[in-house]
Design a protein around this ligand. Structure first.
Ligand code: AMP
Length: 295
């Protein structure tokens, strides 16, 4: 890797992958990589890596010259009654997958390293955080924007890659980057799905066999809506009802939202247009799943 001036950085090797767990060490390393003129690409994750994450990591490797992946389950984006404690964790499996791709460094901090006692500074993207998941997970996007800004200041990437799976998160981060003049290129990549259409998610692990079968109705509902739109239906109320019928047929009644909104501003609308976002969040058993498609 040519890291000769970096002896003072504390880096461990886990399964021959370089792991940094301290903020100072990560910043020193990134400063040195940048000074050497190399482009840093970055993929932030909460671990339990699947093919969705892997697609981002591969793209990041292609786009940059020094690839950093972070694994950090961020407590400030979970509500009090949410699944922070039982969120899937599989460090060993994650490192194995990362090793296969070959990344330069994994940033793996402790919660106390990121949020030391007395931490009290947050960043919020005021309007974009309000609709969709924002209505049902108060404080979630404040936690997301804050951790992503912190990670950007620690990892100092030139390019950061996110999935469209978390569409609202992606456009919130793009907006934060614009509003705060961060010199980081944000790239969004398409959702990776199972063969039956279910979007890959670390939370799919919570599903029983039966729930897993029902869960495919989420993408089916979205597809029915995009298909109906393509056939000339554009009344939002009618399109949404078609989607809800499909969810209900699969016994999915605990629906946080199924909505069509402007894909850029997330404003609600009565008539759908090409480029609009169709987004769903619903509980299937204990798993709160989200998915989306563009019209
Ligand atoms: P997470 O570990 O859930 O915080 O996700 C880390 C990154 O992976 C985020 O940018 C997600 O949007 C992205 N991601 C999660 N699931 C998928 C998927 N099925 N396809 C593409 N990207 C995904």
């Amino acid at each position: 890797m040519g890291l000769s001036p970096l002896q003072s950085i504390h880096m461990t090797e886990k399964d021959s992958i370089k792991v940094v767990d301290k903020v100072n060490d990560m910043q020193t390393l990134s400063n040195s990589v940048r000074k050497g003129g190399r482009i840093i690409s970055f993929v932030p994750t909460m671990g339990a890596l699947h093919e969705g994450h892997i697609s981002l990591i591969r793209k990041a490797k292609e786009k940059g010259e020094f690839l950093i992946v972070s694994i950090f389950v961020n407590p400030t984006q979970f509500g009090l009654n949410e699944d922070y404690k039982k969120y899937s964790r599989d460090l060993e499996g994650d490192l194995k997958k990362i090793k296969e791709i070959g990344v330069d460094v994994v940033f793996l901090p402790d919660v106390n390293e990121i949020y030391p006692d007395g931490f009290e500074t947050y960043v919020e993207v005021e309007e974009l955080q309000k609709p969709l998941c924002g209505q049902f997970r108060p404080g979630h996007f404040k936690g997301v924007a804050t951790i992503v800004l912190k990670l950007f200041n620690i990892v100092k990437p030139d390019i950061a890659i996110f999935g469209e799976k978390d569409y609202q998160q992606l456009i919130i981060i793009q907006k934060m980057v614009r509003d705060l003049h961060l010199e980081i290129e944000i790239i969004g990549l398409p959702i990776i799905r199972e063969d039956d259409g279910l979007a890959l998610s670390s939370r799919n692990a919570y599903l029983s066999k039966k729930e897993r079968k029902h869960a495919k109705a989420l993408s089916e509902a979205l597809r029915e809506i995009t298909k109906s739109f393509d056939q000339g239906h554009n009344e939002v109320k009618d399109l949404i009802q078609r989607g809800r019928d499909i969810l209900n047929k699969s016994l999915i009644y605990d629906i946080d939202y199924l909505e069509i909104r402007n894909g850029r501003t997330l404003e609600s609308k009565e008539e759908a247009q090409s480029g609009d976002l169709v987004a769903v969040a619903a509980k299937v058993g204990n798993a709160r799943l989200i998915d989306n498609m563009k019209l």
